[in-house]
Design a protein around this ligand. Structure first.
Ligand code: SF4
Ligand code: SF4
Length: 205
């Protein structure tokens, strides 16, 4: 017959007189540990709508829609937490590091999957010529803050800054096609800007 070791006897006696490790959830609230990975949530003041989180999500539970018909046009990120596996890749790869974070919320069961969504909206920057999406205004601002004056080498970053400072009121209004040299001082997508640089108009006017 094997006799219990002293350590095991001590643990058995200690547990007889100590509180249970488990708690009485759901009869009492449960507070998970700090590093618990629960429902991911967007933090609106830090999310710039870059879509990096959606592109690394292994279950494709984050999608984005560019709603160019709304006023103002917006990029809408939709996170379906009913198919989220709480892996934390979105948080780890967020370019601002705080745009999306896994909360400690774990009571996520429900009857209607349509309600199991988190959303985030950022205003879009559209090409003034073809209407193509250039990106979100918040993303352009974030890059400007990140790399400073270097970002002003790109016309769109510079133009958005001018607009914010109300320095370019003369550049607004309908574009008179084809694009001309002064249209360089408009928000344009990479394709229209390249076409403008290569067009004969550029050489002639
Ligand atoms: S935690 Fe993982 S599965 Fe859930 S949204 Fe983030 S990347 Fe996707
Ligand atoms: S800022 Fe972060 S949370 Fe927002 S879209 Fe980009 S990666 Fe996702």
């Amino acid at each position: 017959m094997r006799y219990p070791k002293l350590r095991e006897v001590k643990e058995a006696l200690t547990s007889l007189f100590s509180k249970p490790y488990t708690n009485r959830y759901p009869f009492q609230p449960h507070y998970p540990e700090k590093r618990f990975r629960g429902k991911p949530e967007f933090h609106k003041e830090y999310c710039v709508g870059c879509t990096a989180c959606a592109q690394v999500c292994p279950t494709n539970c984050i999608e984005w829609i560019d709603d160019v018909a709304s006023n103002p046009p917006v990029r809408r990120l939709i996170l379906r937490y009913d198919i989220c596996i709480m892996c934390g890749q979105c948080q780890a790869n967020c370019i601002t590091e705080k745009g999306i974070q896994l909360s400690r919320k774990f009571e996520l069961a429900g009857f209607d999957r349509e309600e199991m969504k988190e959303t985030q909206e950022n205003e879009l920057l559209l090409c003034e010529d073809c209407g193509e999406v250039v990106g979100t205004k918040d993303h352009v601002r974030f890059i400007r803050e990140k790399i400073g004056a270097l970002s002003l080498a790109g016309e769109n970053g510079l133009l958005l800054l001018q607009e914010e400072l109300n320095l370019s009121p003369g550049l607004k209004g309908k574009i008179d096609l084809p694009l001309k040299r002064n249209d360089l001082f408009r928000i344009l997508c990479p394709k229209c800007r390249r076409d403008l640089h290569l067009t004969d108009e550029w050489n002639l006017k």
